[in-house]
Design a protein around this ligand. Structure first.
Ligand code: ZN
Length: 511
């Protein structure tokens, strides 16, 4: 008596199909499970035994062998309980279903036979469909998530008895309430640039940063409004297209952070991890690897407030994903690649008291300022395209009643700029100015002779390196795009150089 059931397991942010085979034979009564199992999967034995007993079906007093294949993939998570139970019930003849081969079954079981929700159902449903399966059976709480995948019959189940009833009836139809129409209304933002008085340079820097997806660092005294400005950034992020929405939703689903009532995630993420975050929490990992904050910020913004308070080694790990736009994690369970294409926006004080270079207020010694700034390494600094100062506001700016430009107006310009880049890079594998490879800089950031001479002087003046010179050109490209200019002009170059000058001022010069 043998049966086989299809199920799926999470692998990175995608999913892989797994076959659960059950064989019942005469011999010593023993329940054995094999197939490169983690401890949670081995524990399934006890949950399945109790759940079946409580649903009124005792395990036969025979030799039961369950195998999860392929053996090369390590099986983790509790989602194998239900397919294991169904495989056994089918092997002993309680479930008789002709279409088992076209069904994917996933779910955790409690001792009472109730089926518990699991993570990653969205990826599993996508994988089931890709493998030509027609039906997916998932815990009721995950039903809406599975239904996001079209052309797949999705059945939500609450307990083992219901599973047996549905499978034996042979009547497979998507159950549960109809999926509400996705909400297409304008996204609502808590913070808007309209609320920000003054800080013109910062506002402009944010616009340039998001327009070309450039990493940005704000330096300024406490209370200048750096965090407030950062909170406004979500309101100028352009909406995601449907592929981006699906990709991000998969990441949140795998992390168990997917709110299925909202449907696919529509707003670009804005993640703001605390400075005590562990390296694992930031970039992902763990014994059973899971995505970190940088992947949760995929296609959006990762905001690091109080940058100097982060553990230095934690920050250094960011260097590789900032270049590659993804992160590789190798563990015993396998090696995984998580997407991590985010804009890093960071904020910091210029010294430990916060007031340098205002020497009336700052009494830090040269050494202490140097020590403070050295918490941010040069290689990390080199990966930041835009450095901008956040000055303290004066009284008239704080109480000013002048109307500020709203986020919507800024967002419209950002969207137009994104569209220009999409059209320009249609045939390339990158999307934004910040991602132009060095080999294509000459093609897309062309300078005429006069400007080349100017830039060679600036190269010396700002002691640029090949990397930082290219960054200046990429930022200048974005500024030209915001100006709807195909040609990069002196104004554009000067503004881009301005964003480069600040790190020199603090990190090398005055201090
Ligand atoms: Zn100071």
């Amino acid at each position: 008596m043998y049966s086989v059931i299809n199920t799926a397991t999470i692998y990175g942010i995608d999913s892989k199909m797994i076959s659960v085979e059950a064989d019942i034979s005469e011999g010593m009564p023993i329940f054995e499970m094999v197939g490169y199992l983690s401890s949670e999967v081995k524990e399934a034995k006890e949950r399945v035994r109790s759940a079946m007993k409580n649903a009124g079906y005792a395990l036969p007093i025979k030799r039961i062998t369950v195998n999860l294949s392929p053996a090369s993939i390590r099986k983790t998570g509790a989602g194998f309980d239900l397919p294991i139970a169904v495989a056994i019930l089918s092997a002993i003849g309680i479930i008789e279903c002709e279409r088992l081969a076209s069904i994917c079954i996933c779910g955790e079981i409690g001792l009472d036979g109730k089926i518990q929700p699991i993570n990653g159902v969205l990826s599993m449903a996508i994988e089931a469909k890709r493998n030509g399966l027609e039906i997916i059976m998932v815990p009721k709480q995950n039903l809406v998530e599975a239904k996001l995948v079209s052309d797949l019959v999705c059945i939500g189940v609450e307990n083992v008895s219901e599973v047996i009833e549905i499978l034996n009836s042979g009547d497979f139809q998507t159950n549960g309430e109809l999926l509400a129409e996705p909400c297409v209304s304008e996204l609502h933002y808590q913070y808007d640039f309209e609320m920000i008085n003054g800080q013109q340079a910062l506002r402009r820097a944010c616009e340039v940063s998001i327009s070309g997806m450039h990493n940005m660092l704000m330096v300024g005294p406490p209370g200048a409004g750096k965090s407030m400005i950062a909170k406004c950034i979500p309101s100028i992020l352009p909406p995601m297209d449907s592929d981006e929405q699906l990709e991000l939703s998969k990441i949140y689903s795998v992390c168990g952070m997917f709110d299925e009532r909202q449907g696919l995630i529509k707003a670009r993420p804005f993640r703001s991890p605390h400075h005590t975050v562990s390296p694992q929490g930031l970039v992902g990992g763990g014994q059973n690897p899971h995505p970190g904050e940088i992947s949760l910020a995929h296609r959006g913004v990762l905001f690091l407030d109080e940058l100097t308070e982060f553990n230095k080694s934690t920050l250094e790990i960011l260097r590789q994903p900032l270049e590659d736009k993804k992160v590789h994690i190798s563990r015993a369970a396998g090696s995984f690649t998580y997407p991590a294409d985010f804009v890093m926006v960071a904020a910091m004080n210029p010294c430990s008291c916060g007031y340098y270079p205002d020497l009336n207020r700052c009494h830090c010694t040269r050494q202490s300022i140097q020590r403070y700034l050295s918490r941010i390494s040069q290689p990390l600094l080199d990966r930041i395209d835009i450095c901008v100062e956040a000055p303290t506001l004066n009284y008239s700016q704080i109480v000013s009643k002048n109307k500020n430009e709203s986020s919507k107006d800024i967002r419209d310009r950002v969207m137009a700029c994104h569209k220009m880049q999409r059209d320009r890079y249609l045939n390339y594998d990158f999307k934004f100015n910040s991602q132009i490879p060095s080999s294509l800089i000459d093609k897309f950031c062309k300078l005429d002779e006069e400007k080349s001479i100017y830039m060679s002087a600036m190269y010396e003046k700002y002691s640029l390196t090949a990397r930082t010179y290219h960054k200046v050109l990429r930022v200048a490209r974005t500024i030209a795009d915001l100006d709807s200019s195909e040609e990069i002009g002196f104004d554009h170059l000067n503004e881009a150089l301005c964003y480069r000058g600040l790190d020199k001022r603090y990190w090398e010069a005055g201090v």
